[in-house]
Design a protein. Structure first.
Length: 480
């Protein structure tokens, strides 16, 4: 009876979360009118946390009920992002444009959106370049003006920044209709796909399925993956598949190819590779496959555009202040010259990555991947919260709820800006430290919930009664 009541309570909270998210997207709040977002973001976060507590505290939900709620609740959460046009990011308009440019047989790295050479294409895309009267100012939080051109594409005077497999995804988007709505639908499918992969990976290691709710029920997934349709979710899916292949130890080439493809979607997933390299066997094949896949993805675009494939990346690093060390919020608290903060960040990240590759858990490569990814984000302190989508998925695999403070810090910086960055990321770092300390004490006193035992008898147990099963053998894992 207690399990049924807990399941009903969790279902009710999830329903409230879905309704709150629906209002978040339809309540009129945008990046240009942030007032309505504040209260709904807080409500979304509290309901999300409540659902997780009901699903995980104590004995948690029954596994069958947990899987159903994670999948159905996650799908409902994702669908809420389809209720409105993008509210807090206009990146998707560049996706639609890059797909249209490629469909015309032009390299997306060759011209800026407002280049005179693409005037004909602009005339065919009134949804991206709305007509306006001469000598008037474009008005709208997601409208940008360059000379006499008004467009929804941000940074219209610079070349695209996206890697090649992202560009392939944008071409697919164009072939499927080439609209923002299609991009959002694809984002929802990707988000649900990540949920399915997480459930399978958790089940394979006999961990509670409810941990997948960290991703599936997360309001940020509905906002950044679906409503804003960020391509980062494709990289998350490929990275998880690569880590799953690496964990098996039987397909290092496939694991490397998937991780290389993830990096060719968005460069951020490169930080998970050290976790996959913790398994000594097949390191060379995995590395060669990752590098080879990444290079092959770039090859046709390099042949078409040469070094132009670098796009706006150097300009982005300069604009964000990384080139002069201005962006490293937490490192700036140290007595180190600002100009050297970039070198310090690179050294720290390289040290953590090397330690993970040499001493990481080869059976659970996502554990080391989480450490490196979290370290990279805490060092870089980005103001774009969707950069943490990969971290959310890895935290779900390890049951490390304390890492959710990092995307929250990014969200606060993105919405409020100003002086919020340092205190927000400092609080996120503190949460990671406290969570890790609690986890260590819980392990020492045996307080944490163990992973569920495998109900199927192992062959070894059948041959030798009394032999410990794999779920209770030395070295078996526990849920976070």
């Amino acid at each position: 009876m207690a399990a049924k009541l807990r399941t009903l309570a969790c279902s009710a909270v999830l329903l409230a979360l879905v309704l709150a998210l629906a209002r978040t997207f339809t309540g009129g709040g945008t990046l240009g009118r942030r007032g309505p977002l504040h209260g709904w973001y807080l409500a979304d976060g509290l309901l999300f946390a409540s659902a997780l507590l009901l699903a995980l505290l104590g004995r948690g939900l029954p596994e069958r009920a947990a899987r159903a709620l994670v999948l159905l609740g996650g799908a409902a959460v994702a669908v809420t992002g389809l209720l409105a046009a993008p509210r807090t990011s206009d990146d998707v308009y560049r996706y639609v444009w890059d797909g249209q440019v490629q469909a015309a047989g032009i390299s997306p790295y060759a011209y800026t959106p407002v280049d005179p050479a693409l005037a004909g294409l602009r005339a065919q895309a009134p949804a991206l370049f709305p007509p306006h009267a001469a000598n008037t100012v474009c008005r709208g939080w997601d409208l940008h003006q360059a000379a006499q051109i008004c467009t929804h594409i941000n940074r219209p005077t610079v070349h695209t920044i996206y890697p090649p497999l992202a560009e392939v995804w944008f071409l697919l988007l164009h072939l499927l209709g080439g609209t923002v709505r299609v991009a959002q639908l694809l984002g929802a499918l990707l988000a649900i796909g990540v949920t399915v992969v997480l459930l399978r990976m958790l089940r394979a290691r006999r961990a509670p399925a409810a941990w997948a709710g960290l991703w599936a029920w997360c309001p940020g997934v509905a906002i950044w993956s679906v409503n804003d349709a960020h391509v980062d979710t494709l990289g998350v899916l490929l990275a998880l598949l690569g880590l799953a292949a690496a964990a098996s130890g039987r397909r290092p080439g496939l694991a490397g190819a998937l991780l290389g493809a993830a990096t060719a979607v968005k460069l951020i997933p490169a930080v998970v590779v050290p976790g996959a390299l913790a398994r000594r066997g097949g390191r060379l094949r995995l590395t060669a496959a990752a590098v080879g896949t990444f290079a092959v993805a770039y090859l046709p675009y390099v042949l078409a555009s040469g070094l132009g494939v670098i796009g706006f990346l150097p300009g982005y690093l300069q604009q964000e202040g990384y080139d002069q060390g201005q962006r490293f919020g937490l490192l700036a608290l140290l007595p180190v010259p600002q100009a050297r903060l970039g070198l310090l960040a690179a050294a720290v990240l390289a040290g953590v990555a090397l330690a993970v590759a040499l001493r990481g858990d080869r059976e659970r490569p996502w554990r080391g991947a989480l450490t490196v990814t979290g370290t990279a984000l805490l060092l870089a302190t980005p103001s774009y919260p969707w950069y943490s989508l990969l971290l959310i998925a890895l935290a779900a695999l390890e049951g490390r709820w304390e890492w959710l403070g990092v995307p929250v810090a990014g969200l606060l910086d993105y919405v409020y800006g100003g002086d919020v960055q340092q205190p927000a990321y400092l609080a996120a770092l503190g949460l990671v430290v406290v969570g890790s300390a609690w986890r260590s004490r819980a392990d020492a006193f045996g307080l944490r919930r163990a992973e569920r035992p495998d109900p199927r008898p192992s062959p070894g147990a059948a041959r030798a009664p009394g032999t410990a099963s794999s779920a209770s053998a030395p070295g078996s894992t526990r849920a976070g």
